[in-house]
Design a protein around this ligand. Sequence first.
Ligand code: ATP
Ligand code: MG
Length: 301
Amino acid sequence: MNTSSSTRTRILTGDRPTGRLHVGHYFGSLENRVRLQNEGAEVYVVIADYQVLTDRDVAADLPGHVEELMLDYLAVGIDPERSVIFTHSAVPALNQLLLPFLSLVSVAELQRNPTVKDEIRHSSQAAVSGLMFTYPVHQAADILFCKADLVPVGRDQLPHLEVTRTVARRFNDRYTRPGAPVFPEPEALLSAAPLLLGTDGGKMSKSRGNAVQLATDADETARLIRGAKTDMERHITYEPERRPEVSSLVLLAALCQECDPAVLAEEIGGGGAARLKQVVTESVNERFAPVRARRACDYPA
Ligand code: ATP
Ligand code: MG
């Protein structure tokens, strides 16, 4: 990360246009993007249209999904006057880096990536494609083409960021003069919610039917949270390792209310899962009401 006062920190991050953004995106990455933008960092946001086909055979309504992402970005406060939003397909030179970068990693390294393995488990492809194994290197191209030094991401992206750092290091070692590196080795910026769980207890994902979308309404939020997986213990506690589903719900409510999850869990305590879900629903609906109003262009007169 650039700490010099004369050079601005450069951020690169993004999302695949595979559906609407959800509260996991917000607390995992979007909130940090907006904060850094407002603090004066140079923010680049890639709509990763060339990575849609990693885990599916058809891209469905790609232009529609790109538009949905844009609306979500504008609604949460990414400001196109200050931040750059672009698609892979709009910047062909970025994609040209994939070939030289692929020469810098081994097949074994690509095959042992834990996030790729998880995505293969959830893939809807008839057969796993080469793109599934190589897209983390394409992400290295996303990050390094603009020489970003900080990447606000969720935890699933950490193995990919390691690939980017490896590519940068090997490129610099092989092709540049000592002391004159071409690429910075970027760092991940994790939030307080690096892995928010979905209603089924797995990673909240736009493609897995388990997400509370930013743009959804209050009633749909209540319905989704009512169906969220919890566990058999009545008393609510905040124990992320032992009780991941309950703790993720507590964390979501705490993030919305900007309070301590352990304290909130204690307050809910004997109210059990029913009270917890009520608190989560109210917290999400209250926190995202302004975002949802902007998303619907429902500006006050
Ligand atoms: P898809 O199911 O199509 O892969 P996704 O929900 O996983 O969608 P991505 O576009 O793959 O979303 O990820 C965009 C960014 O959001 C990444 O930085 C990722 O780490 C972050 N992110 C995604 N899901 C979560 C989550 N549940 N909690 C925290 N961060 C998340
Ligand atoms: Mg994903």
